[in-house]
Design a protein around this ligand. Structure first.
Ligand code: FES
Length: 78
């Protein structure tokens, strides 16, 4: 779902930026362009950013790893 119509920034782009270490609206604006035109999306963008940060903290505090599944290496058979 698009969060920032002006700059065509969707929720996944915000979550990806958060996963890359973005923690503030300023950093998010620099990374994605969100909230750099009319600014009406800023509140929702920050909400998503905080949601991802809270989830990341919960995982870190529980000792859970972000990578829960391992993918076996592919073997090419000629
Ligand atoms: S909707 Fe994001 S800057 Fe306008």
């Amino acid at each position: 779902m698009y969060i920032c119509i002006c700059n065509a920034v969707n929720e996944n782009a915000i979550k990806a930026a958060a996963a890359d270490g973005v923690t503030t609206l300023r950093e998010l604006s620099l990374a994605t362009g969100v909230a750099t035109t009319c600014g009406k999306c800023a509140t929702e963008a920050v909400r998503i950013l905080e949601q991802v940060s809270a989830a990341t903290e919960t995982m870190a505090n529980s000792g859970a790893s972000r990578q829960r599944f391992s993918v076996p290496a592919l073997t090419v058979v000629a």
